[in-house]
Write a protein that binds this ligand. Structure first.
Ligand code: ME8
Length: 653
């Protein structure tokens, strides 16, 4: 630790599943962690901010298979590829100090040692697992833990699972965990403690299944081939392997463990507040000082999910509104511990009200007036008016302490709320003191200079305290204030801006947005960006030998007539010219996709040597060939239509 530092501070985000590109919900936690890390650095702490990706597990293996690549190629693309995880954190100005990937060699080797240590100390033992498995969550559940027979975390269907597996003696640690949760501040907010104790500990903690044999994309259990380590063990220990636990790649474990805080979303609090401390207890390791479970962002009242097509794209939003505005909005609007509802209207209105009107106007009016009335710099001769100034000066002087109190409790919304109260008060102070009236009389110049100084000093302190949230904006404001000091100590003292400050004008920091036009533009963009989810039928696994295939007689047929079949919603009855001179009748269950009249005259393909079948009392001699797929879960069907120049009866071969 350096001599000047206040101490070391270790903060982490969850490591993200690179199963698809990240959305604004993921960015929410990372932006919050970044704000906290920057705040601690501003205070003078030696900060280690860890983030990364959690790359193993069946979900990734399945997705890679679907994409036709190896799991490693699949995750590499989402982590390192264009607009991938690393690009996103760069765009969002995330100041992480270390990025871990659970596929990193040093982490894999460390997890093997950790697993073996718990096996050797008797906390991991071999048994057989029978239960329910939620594939998307990669979680095993007992019957009693299910909610209405479904996964209690995500509400999706679970499947039966049985396999030989290793177990971790979680039950052994139940009392110690309950004590930790109930009698310390380990887990916050407090409401999450009740949730954990009542839903998981009181019903009885069962031993945890910690290995899998049903897939291979994971850390192999080196002493028992065929088993891979449960992805949550692999994932949770990232917080320590990234510092050098059980590896030589890093060497800062002694400096930074135990972590000061893990920020995690509410659905993974269970893993972090029960399983994680139990495993650390098993290895006699110090526990992290705190786990904070933040809420979820919904979009227009619905859960953000790719399948619902409502995922908010951080790239698009940053491009249109700027990264700082987006970062600010996320932490200004939603209390960190609770769920929030993201809407584009709220985003635009926050930018217009707080950033364009309040902050942006304060900066540009103050700088413009200083330049207009005094030219290059303010005169040092200034006249205070305690009666007029006391309230604003008092608010600015006390701001840092209030802000610190909120930041220490991760109450970002309150910290920002306090800053913006001061900004509003400063705008009111302009109206009360009417600099444009003071400017009319030369004798009032010292008073005018002090009014402008008070405003510039207010801007300095507010902008300085905004640094963790809007780093680029704060840096720009420091320039506009002629290189004003914004270090932590200076932000707690009123009057450190030089009296003869030379402010610098610039373009509006946050131009006002036309709400209606912007909403319409976003709507258009989101439509254009929404890729339909197309699903195709799985390919047949069984092969057909060539001679059998050749027996199928495919022919071009022309539709002479087509009718709905009475009392059937599905069937169409076709009268077809098949080139033989005798009409052929085929019935086809495609009435929901076509109106009979639109098919008359078309040339289709039929397989003609199927045995005749009766449908609704009518004979069908063959089958029409069509292509099927589904879009966003809706079934689609297209008859195969060919060039009308192909004569009826032409054989396909
Ligand atoms: O859970 N609003 O990864 P993940 C707020 N790999 N937060 C959200 C959100 C939303 N709409 N959607 C997701 C994992 N998150 C594990 C973590 S840590 C050892 C392993 C948050 O990519 C979610 O709550 O599914 C979680 O904290 C984080 O994004 C990563 O989610």
């Amino acid at each position: 630790m350096c001599e000047k530092c206040k101490g070391n501070y270790y903060i982490t985000t969850p490591i993200y599943y690179p199963s698809s590109n990240l959305h604004i919900g993921h960015a929410y936690c990372t932006v919050a962690t970044d704000a906290m890390a920057r705040y601690k650095r501003l205070q003078g702490y030696n900060v280690k901010f860890l983030t990364g990706t959690d790359e193993h597990g069946q979900k990734i293996e399945d997705k890679a298979k679907e994409a036709g690549c190896t799991p490693q190629q699949f995750v590499d693309n989402i982590v390192l590829g264009e607009k991938g995880v690393l690009d996103l954190w760069k765009l969002m100005n995330i100041s992480y100090d270390r990025f871990i990937r659970t596929t990193d060699d040093y982490h894999v080797a460390a997890i093997q040692k950790i697993f073996k240590r718990m096996y050797d100390n008797g906390d991991i033992y071999k048994g057989s697992y029978k239960g329910k498995y939620c594939k998307p969550c990669e979680s095993f559940w007992t019957e009693s833990q299910l909610k209405d027979g479904k996964c209690p975390d995500c509400g999706r269907e679970v499947m039966d699972a049985e396999e030989e597996a290793y177990f971790f003696r979680l039950s052994k640690y139940a009392d110690r965990i309950q004590d930790l949760l109930e009698n310390t501040d380990f887990l916050e907010p407090r409401s999450r403690v009740n949730e954990m104790v009542n839903n998981f500990i009181k019903p009885g903690l069962e031993d945890l299944c910690v290995s899998r044999t049903s897939f291979t994309w994971g850390v192999p259990v080196d002493f028992d081939p065929g088993h891979v380590v449960y992805v949550w063990i692999d994932a949770l220990f990232n917080y320590m392997t990234a510092l050098g636990f059980e590896n030589d790649k890093h060497t800062d474990l002694a400096d930074f463990w135990p972590a000061d805080v893990h920020f995690v979303g509410k659905e993974i609090v269970r893993f972090h507040s029960i399983i994680w401390p139990a495993m650390l207890m098993s290895l006699n390791l110090p526990l992290p000082k705190k786990v904070f479970g933040h809420g979820w962002l919904n979009f227009n009242g619905e859960k953000m999910s790719k399948s619902r097509g409502n995922v908010v794209d951080p790239y698009l939003l940053s491009e249109r509104f700027g990264v700082d505005a987006l970062r600010f909005f996320l932490l200004r609007t939603f209390p960190f511990g609770s769920d929030g509802n993201f809407t584009n209207e709220m985003l635009i209105s926050t930018i217009n009200v707080d950033l364009a009107n309040d902050l942006g106007n304060l900066v540009s009016r103050t700088v413009a007036m200083a330049q207009k009335y005094f030219g290059e710099h303010l005169p040092a001769q200034q006249l205070a008016n305690p009666e007029m100034d006391a309230e604003l000066v008092g608010l600015v002087s006390g701001l840092q302490a209030k802000y610190q109190e909120s930041m220490e409790h991760f109450a970002f919304q309150n910290a920002l709320g306090d800053i913006f109260k001061v900004i509003s008060r400063a705008n009111k102070y302009i109206d009360e003191n009417a600099p444009w009236v003071l400017a009319k009389d030369e004798a009032n110049k010292p008073r005018l200079a002090r009014v402008l100084y008070n405003l510039l000093e207010t801007v300095r302190v507010c902008a300085g305290l905004l640094t963790p949230f809007m780093p680029a904006t704060s840096a720009e404001i420091a320039v506009r204030l002629g290189g004003a000091p914004m270090d932590w100590d200076s932000l707690g003292t009123y009057g450190l801006l030089k009296a003869d400050v030379a402010p610098v004008a610039g373009a509006p920091l946050f131009p006002r947005i036309d709400m209606e036009k912007e909403l319409a533009a976003l709507e258009e963009l989101s439509k254009a960006n929404q890729k339909p989810a197309i699903e195709i039928e799985p390919y047949a696994e069984e092969t057909v030998d060539f001679d059998t295939f050749c027996k199928s007689d495919f022919r071009a047929v022309k539709v002479k007539d087509c009718q709905n079949v009475k009392k059937s919603n599905k069937l169409l009855q076709f009268t077809l010219d098949d080139g033989t001179g005798t009409d052929r009748q085929i019935l086809s269950g495609i009435a929901q996709f076509y109106k009979p009249e639109e098919l008359i005259g078309k040339t289709l393909i039929a397989i003609t040597n199927l045995p005749p079948r009766k449908m609704m009392g009518r004979e069908s001699c063959g089958m029409l060939i069509s292509a099927v797929h589904s879009v966003n879960g809706e079934e689609k069907l297209n008859l195969i239509m060919v060039d009308d120049a192909i004569p009826a009866g032409a054989k396909l071969c």
